[in-house]
Design a protein around this ligand. Structure first.
Ligand code: ADE
Ligand code: ZN
Length: 319
């Protein structure tokens, strides 16, 4: 049985398996530009973050109705339960849907209809994290936050994702402040492809409480010391880093060095349908390629609960 863990870096749209994409395309009378599941899966060969994002956004076109979002979330929860996930903090990208004419309510109602019964159905508690697309304007992010106001009881935090380089965190200072004023927690992707300065800026300008990815902190000794001292969590995604070529091979992944430096590291799957495995598969990959010990895997699992936004009561019950 996989070790119990939390998953803190998971894009629900990145759990869209090719089989489900074809099912939803059929249900919605959409013709995908791929003849079959295998041809689509074969297209999952990426050179960098942007080459992945191009396919990720294109394939989302099959997500049209509340039932589609419900089925997407249910499929993830079923797989996550088998991977030992007991708590999941799930990203979604509202702008990727509203810009295609899908109402925000459709997205949120579909997702929450699955998440609301997840503890009973799958033994997994969940939080939702609304992400702003950093390659869109700051005004569009603010409009998205405004549109989400009636749904804030479903939302725990805001995040920042999509194309990193050239879209630094400080572009979104105002909307992150507005989110904090609404009582939302804050996380941000930083230091995936972008430089260590983006991590500093996510902390200092956005008030990010967790850094998603953050692997480029290893380029900046002062930042390593700061992150270790403050025990700021980093949600690292090893398979993603290799597939998007942020790291050449799993054997060369900096995760062991990050742990040795005293960082609060967690392991996550990012977009598991695209990157070759779910969260426990990432744990096993690290064990196999980097020789992580059972004790180190237990530390990573414990870190995942420590780094979560769970109440102290449920956190203590899970650790
Ligand atoms: N959106 C989905 N996956 C992402 C990633 N790994 N980095 C940035 N944005 C994303
Ligand atoms: Zn991500």
């Amino acid at each position: 049985m996989p070790i119990p863990k939390a998953e803190l870096h998971l894009h629900i749209e990145g759990t869209l398996e090719p089989e489900l994409a074809f099912q939803l395309a059929h249900r919605n009378n959409i013709t995908l530009p791929y003849p079959d599941v295998q041809t689509l899966r074969d297209a999952y060969s990426f050179t960098d973050l942007q080459s992945f994002l191009d396919l990720y956004y294109r394939l989302m076109d099959v997500l049209r109705t509340e039932a589609d979002f419900h089925d997407l979330a249910t499929a993830y929860l079923t797989r996550a339960a088998a991977q030992g996930v007991r708590h999941a903090e799930i990203f979604f990208d509202p702008q990727a849907h509203t810009q295609r004419g899908i109402p925000l309510e459709t997205v949120i109602d579909g997702l929450t209809s699955a998440l609301d019964t997840s503890l009973q159905d799958h033994g997994i508690s969940t939080h939702l994290i609304l992400c702003f697309l950093r390659d869109q304007s700051a005004q569009e992010a603010m409009d998205t936050l405004d549109a989400a106001r009636p749904h804030l009881h479903h939302i725990t935090a805001v995040g920042l994702d999509s194309a990193e380089v050239g879209n630094p965190p400080e572009k979104f200072t105002e909307v992150f402040q507005a989110a904090a004023d609404l009582g939302l927690r804050r996380v941000a992707h930083a230091g995936e492809e972008g430089p260590a300065t983006y991590i500093w800026n996510a902390l200092n300008h956005l008030g990010a409480e967790r850094i998603d990815h953050g692997i480029r902190c290893m380029d900046d000794p002062e930042l390593i010391t700061h992150l270790a001292t403050t025990q700021t969590p980093l949600t690292v995604c090893p398979f993603s880093n290799v597939r998007l070529r942020a790291v050449p091979t799993l054997d060369q992944h900096p995760l062991p060095a990050m742990m040795d430096a005293g960082l609060l590291v967690t392991v996550n799957s990012d977009d598991p349908a695209y990157f070759g495995g779910y969260v426990h598969d990432n744990y096993l990959g690290l064990q196999h390629h980097l020789g992580l010990t059972d004790e180190q895997l237990r530390t990573l699992a414990r870190n995942s609960f420590t780094a979560s936004f769970l109440t102290p009561e449920r956190r203590d019950a899970l650790i």
